[in-house]
Write a protein that binds this ligand. Structure first.
Ligand code: BES
Ligand code: MN
Ligand code: MN
Length: 453
């Protein structure tokens, strides 16, 4: 649509400036010291939505960080699209690995470097600017609601209560989310699934206090050694997970599905080169894309214990710790897998130690069909602006609220993301390409035009 193109071309510098201002707010949900920044960010998001032309925008308090809700109701008899996103970001450490300040957005070679540039401020902001485009050009025909939360990066602990209590307010014909990646601007894709999550922490205690490693070493088990052995036993020689029952509920993909998945372009040499590894690692019998898409995995997220300060200390520590998470696929249930993980750690603990295992957070996997009206509208919108049909792919990350949205609002979730896997999400030097930002703003209005409910 030429009017959209003209409007966006005229305003593109302002769109970018507004995003940069949002990126300057350090909205790290995991850290209590950032609570005032979380409020400031929610307020800024609300203001930008008001300026974009919504009928109403409100800040809804929760037991944690607030949710920004907004709506533009054009005609109640027309379809309604609920846009979900998150204004919170991951912690920025290690700071010394950033080439510019994480909250001092810097543009180099057409890429915005900042925490939250891609995940998810840059992506949900495309929807705010798409809405502005539709309103300013008098071309908005359906209804658009926004639910932008501040706790996605900490597992959305309060969002399910909010959604369950507000199903009327949030009622929609589909949920549209831009918080995932494309294969590339040359090869558009749409995520048809995301993995779930079970996240636990394990504490292993040996002797009742830290000991001199010379006086006691050799006579008392070292909890770090024991924890390391327990962790090493979680994968077998084929890199299958050894926890009994772990794979029981896994929905196997059909041969046809796997053949289709293999058609997505993938360059293993480039992939390895980008990551600086000589060989890839993973479950025997599956390709790289399958290992990150259709298969469940188990990762160590952190491990510590004993002396890690400057210099050396000869200590046999009392305790060792690990943070461990499993990525889940349909139809694995998060609660069930968490229980398996916790029980397994107790079961394999040798008598030299005691084990305490506790839940951090979880989330259910999501899978959506490609014949829903919402998926079709997204595919058609991408066809229009990329000149190519998007490839359906399975995303490896998690957005825990997807399955709850589908259940509570009785509608499908479309994952139309515009990031790239190489955007350094959760890492130092997170970035978002300007071309992807503008491509999203260009594409989203077509989704609203094509979506018929
Ligand atoms: N946007 C990501 C999820 C994502 C990234 C999906 C890339 C697909 C491709 C989201 O913000 C995220 O990081 N989610 C967490 C969830 C967790 C904190 C409960 C994740 O996947 O680790
Ligand atoms: Mn995200
Ligand atoms: Mn994230």
């Amino acid at each position: 649509m030429q009017v959209w193109k003209d409007y966006q071309e005229k305003n593109k510098d302002r769109f970018l400036e507004e995003l940069l201002a949002l990126l300057r707010i350090p909205s790290v949900s995991a850290k209590s010291e950032h609570k005032p920044d979380m409020l400031a960010c929610a307020e800024a998001v609300k203001q930008r939505l008001i300026e974009a032309g919504v009928d109403k925008a409100e800040i809804h308090q929760t037991a944690g960080h607030p949710i920004v809700y907004a709506e533009k109701i054009t005609d109640p008899s027309k379809p309604t699209v609920l846009v979900y996103g998150h204004y919170d970001v991951q912690p920025v450490e290690p700071l010394d690995l950033w080439n510019s300040g994480p909250f001092d957005p810097t543009i180099i070679d057409g890429k915005i470097f900042a925490r939250g540039s891609c995940d998810d401020k840059g992506q949900f902001y495309m929807h705010v600017k798409a809405l502005e485009t539709l309103i300013q050009t008098n071309t908005l025909e359906n209804n658009i609601k926004f639910c932008i939360e501040g706790e996605e990066e900490v597992g959305s602990p309060n969002l399910s209560t909010y959604v369950k209590a507000n199903t009327e307010l949030l009622k929609a014909d589909c949920v549209l989310i831009s918080d995932t990646a494309l294969i590339s601007l040359d090869t558009p894709s749409l995520d048809i699934g995301l993995r779930g999550l079970s996240y636990i922490e394990v504490e292993v205690t040996g002797p009742n206090r830290d000991l001199h490693s010379g006086v006691y070493g050799g006579a008392v088990a070292n909890p770090i050694t024991i924890l390391a052995k327990m962790i090493a036993s979680l994968h077998d020689e084929n890199n299958h997970i050894t926890i009994p029952g772990f794979y029981e509920a896994v929905l196997e993909s059909s041969t046809e599905e796997r053949a289709l998945m293999a058609e997505a372009p993938f360059n293993e040499a480039e992939y390895k080169d980008d990551l600086g590894v000589r060989e890839l690692w993973g479950e025997a019998g599956y390709s790289t894309n399958e290992r990150t898409g259709i298969r469940p995995t188990l990762e160590l997220n952190g491990i510590w214990g004993g002396y890690t300060g400057e210099g050396a200390k000869t200590v046999l520590p009392s305790k060792a710790f690990a943070k461990i998470s499993a990525r889940l696929v349909p139809n694995q249930g998060s609660d069930k897998i968490t229980e398996l993980l916790i029980n397994h750690f107790h079961a394999i603990a040798p008598p030299y130690v005691t084990v305490k295992a506790t839940l951090h957070h979880g989330g259910e996997p999501y899978l959506t069909p490609i014949d829903s009206s919402a998926y079709k509208a997204a595919a058609k919108a991408m066809e229009t602006t990329f000149g190519k049909t998007p490839i359906p792919v399975r995303g490896g990350g998690s957005i825990p609220i997807c399955s709850l949205f589908e259940k509570e609002l009785d509608c499908k979730v479309v994952l139309m993301g515009f990031g790239l896997d190489s955007d350094n999400l959760h890492s130092p030097n997170e970035k978002f390409d300007l071309a992807n930002f503008y491509k999203g703003i260009e594409t989203i209005p077509y989704f609203h035009k094509y979506f018929e409910g």
